[in-house]
Ligand binder design. Structure first.
Ligand code: NAG
Ligand code: NAG
Length: 318
């Protein structure tokens, strides 16, 4: 009798979850490519989110539970949104991981999108570039350090804040510059082992915006095993993601010279202190678009149903 009751309630005595209907998320443009990756039926189970399917098949527009539009393709291909075929009440998601400085044409999209997927913490679907997660077991050894500071930059423009700061730092600090802009490009698999030999990595964002912390911090510095020297949002934002002593913030210094002196004169025990978090935490990089889109399903039951971004541009610029 008891077992029968459990069955009716949809939960086995062992506590198996209630089966949910499969959600279909239609990806209108696969980000930065014309060819979507092969997607198995239950795509998101791979990321620990069952009952969720991503598809790039536009024939599913009439039936999809949500449709995602990645901003870059809306901008560059000037593609028209399928507004006249939109089923009534179908949630549309605006997705972008770029900062407002590199996002144009948002005024075209007034009153269209219901949800935002971005790195902004107040997004409906919040997808940071990385996070720290608990880990147990032995602390991984710190890479052997033989050099001072590294910076990888592919798009160097003098007007950028990061270029100005680099110019001010360079006379006082040995900074080795890599990447397209420097004439010393790094192959994809060379970045982490190269940076690992450096004590510090300049995690300078290309523009400074609310919550805009990218793989320059998570991957190039933290995952590589170098201390990030950050130029980006205020210190408090970084502290929402990592312990306060895991990075050096440029705002903590009154001049580039003072920052350089701090980095150069640091003793070994002070330096090791920046890695205290590695005893109990590890970096999880979240760069996979499939995982990002699967997050829509995880959030789906909690997302506001009747919300519309009347002025997406003002929201994003704020
Ligand atoms: C796209 O979806 C439609 C409708 O479900 C289906 O008939 C068609 O075979 C699909 N196309 C591809 C390439 O999977
Ligand atoms: C290393 O530097 C820190 C901070 O500047 C200082 O408090 C500490 O006493 C120094 N340790 C040694 C062994 O010199």
């Amino acid at each position: 009798m008891v077992i029968w009751l459990f069955w009716v309630l949809g939960s086995a005595p062992g506590g198996a979850p209630v089966p949910q209907p499969m959600l279909t998320i239609l990806i209108w443009h696969w980000p930065f490519t014309n060819r979507p990756p092969e997607l198995p039926g239950d795509t998101c189970a791979h990321y620990g989110m069952a009952g969720c399917r991503l598809s790039a098949n536009r024939s599913l527009l009439a039936s999809a539970d949500a449709v995602v539009f990645h901003h870059r393709e809306l901008e560059t291909r000037r593609s028209r949104l399928p507004l006249d075929q939109r089923p009534r009440g179908q949630p549309w998601v605006w997705a972008s991981m770029e900062s407002p400085s590199n996002t144009h044409g948002l005024h075209h999209f007034r009153g269209i999108f219901n949800w935002v997927l971005s790195y902004r913490r107040d997004s409906d679907i919040f997808v940071p570039y990385g996070r720290l997660e608990p880990h147990s077991g032995p602390t991984p050894p710190l890479p052997v350090k033989s050099k001072m500071a590294a910076w990888v930059v592919s798009n160097f423009q003098e007007r950028q804040q990061r270029a100005k700061l680099y110019r001010q730092l360079a006379p006082h600090l040995q900074v080795d510059v890599f990447g397209r802009a420097s004439g010393r490009p790094l192959c994809a698999n060379c970045l982490l082992p190269t940076v690992a030999r450096y004590r510090f990595y300049l995690s300078f964002e290309n523009s400074q915006h609310r919550d805009y912390i990218t793989e320059k911090f998570w991957r190039n510095a933290l995952a590589a095993g170098a201390v990030p020297v950050v130029l980006g949002p205020p210190r408090a934002t970084y502290e929402a993601f990592v312990p306060p002593d895991a990075f050096v913030h440029v705002d903590d210094f009154s001049s580039a010279r003072e920052l350089a002196v701090f980095l150069v004169s640091m003793n070994e025990s002070r330096y090791r202190g920046f890695f205290a978090w590695r005893d109990r935490l590890r970096v999880r990089l979240l760069g996979d678009w499939r995982e990002r889109f699967c997050t829509i399903c995880a959030r789906y039951p909690y997302l506001p149903r009747s919300q519309v971004y009347e002025d997406l541009e003002s929201w994003f610029q704020a």
